[in-house]
Ligand binder design. Structure first.
Ligand code: PXG
Length: 459
């Protein structure tokens, strides 16, 4: 790498050659990209030397924060020992085995097996392959429909984008693929007006039963959902939602898939989101915090119901990736999980960081721009509205969120905007005083945004 280049050189090369994910390339070429050059703890540093509190853990993944030497050392040791070998054709490597065993220990008891992938999207593709193979082996090959939710996010491959319910993604590529259905999301702030949270949760879950009956129960293979929808806007279902979903899945015998790519490994204050909400999934997709994002790795925990069927048949499951069980990624993920355990990070979230954040976060409801302040674990969302009573959103949706996000960055805080919902998901190791800093920067950002909107006649 040419370290003698300066910011302008890099921005020019970036605009000339790098197509960015989920970005308007013309816009970023005009504005110039933000260049992050290093990071330590929960702080990022940009090319100008600005210190920015990373309220999004990278992209929901850097659970342990930046600069953990142990993870770098684990990668270095494994790279020297064995940088790559595959897990096809009856081969295996020690780090992948050790990681599989560690995951079996940390996940709920129905999970004794894992299938490794390189990312969350590949984990979702793997879920679809496993679900369909399961029902084929069970002698019910017509059970091939998978039900997801509108505004759910399950990645960006053809399969992941199909199971997800992002309509603008569907619109860009002949999606969703056949065999996928969606039901409405449990988004109380937008859809639950006039109902108690408990009633709305049950009603939202019953949409699954309606859809099963519409499709035909003999055709439905599985239901998939994120315990808390992340990319969709930190949408936290009422406590009544998931138990009712579980009851419906049990009643019709369909497989329940918990997409734990964001909620897994402590985000909610439990190891897995399904434990927070009390479900017993058959399959669990994971990625991100599995390695704290230091190297790409994902996987699917395969519950006994599915694993036993696959194993009992004694036939090849024709699926896998070059990097399934990559030894270096596995070594880093294993070290990451050991640190989470050794340093009681999930307990820190449950007992210290989450209660403190949620107490301080709830106070944002009093801000004149905030229609709802919600959160769970180390997740928080603020719904920005033009008026609280009667409720009015900003038109067009999303512009105020973008403005608020830009103000946050100027104030040294990464907050994400999903339309006009401001989101945080800081590293799990964040301390109380760092949470104070996050909350103070968020207040300052909201105040500034409010003043600007007043000034510009938008309020
Ligand atoms: N499932 C869930 C629940 C996710 O959040 C994926 C699957 C796909 O993972 P990969 O590793 O293939 O990206 C994700 C990813 C955002 C954002 O803007 C969220 C994700 C990825 C990129 C951006 O919030 N989640």
């Amino acid at each position: 790498m040419d370290r003698h280049r300066n910011k302008a050189d890099w921005q020019a090369l970036d605009a000339a050659h790098f197509l960015h994910p989920f970005s308007d390339s013309r816009q970023i070429a005009d504005r110039g990209t933000r260049l992050i050059t290093r990071a330590e703890g929960i702080y990022l540093y940009d090319v100008d030397g600005n210190r920015i509190l990373d309220g999004m853990s990278g992209l929901w993944c850097v659970a342990l924060g930046y600069g953990r030497r142990e993870l770098a050392d684990a990668a270095y040791r494994q790279m020297n020992e064995l940088p790559y070998y595959n897990s096809f054709f009856q081969c295996t490597t020690p780090p992948a085995i050790e990681l599989a065993a560690k995951l079996a220990q940390l996940t709920p008891p129905q999970f004794q097996h894992v299938f490794f992938t390189g990312s969350g999207s590949e984990a979702i593709d793997t879920v679809i392959r496993l679900v369909r193979r399961y029902w084929q082996l069970a002698g019910e090959a017509d059970r091939n429909v998978i039900i997801g939710r509108w505004n759910g996010y399950h990645g960006s491959t053809i399969a992941g984008a199909s199971l997800g319910g992002m309509k603008y993604m569907h619109g860009q590529g002949m999606l969703p693929m056949p065999g996928v259905e969606h039901i409405q999301q449990p988004y109380g702030f937008e859809l639950g007006m006039g109902q108690s949270s408990a009633d709305f949760g049950v009603a939202a879950a019953r949409l699954l039963e309606e859809k099963i009956l519409e499709v035909g129960a003999h055709r439905v293979a599985a239901f998939i959902g994120e315990p808390v929808q992340g990319a969709g806007g930190v949408i936290i279902p009422p406590q009544t939602y998931w138990p009712e979903i579980q009851r419906i899945c049990d009643r019709y015998g369909i497989l329940l898939v918990s997409d734990e790519v964001i909620c897994g490994f402590g985000r909610t204050g439990q190891w897995f989101g399904c434990e927070h909400f009390g479900t017993r999934p058959d399959l669990m997709s994971m990625a991100k915090a599995l390695s704290s994002g230091y190297l790409p790795i994902g996987g699917v925990m395969v519950g006994d119901r599915v694993a036993n069927m696959l194993i009992a048949k004694g036939e090849e499951f024709a699926h896998g990736f070059t990097y399934s069980g990559h030894p270096v990624c596995s070594a880093v993920a294993l070290e990451n999980l050991c640190i989470l355990e050794r340093e009681h990070v999930v307990e820190h979230v449950r007992d210290v960081a989450a209660p403190y954040l949620q107490e301080r976060w709830a106070a944002f409801a009093a801000h004149p721009l905030v229609g709802e302040a919600r959160g769970v674990g180390l997740l928080g969302a603020l719904e920005l509205v033009r008026s609280k009573e009667p409720r009015q959103w900003f038109e067009p949706r999303g512009k105020v969120g973008e403005r608020c996000r830009d103000n946050a960055i100027r104030n040294g805080l990464v907050m994400r905007a999903t339309r006009d919902t401001m989101i945080i998901a800081p590293p799990l190791v964040i301390t109380r005083s760092e949470l104070d800093e996050l909350v103070e920067k968020a207040w300052r950002t909201l105040d500034q945004t409010y003043d600007e909107l007043k000034r510009d006649g938008l309020l």
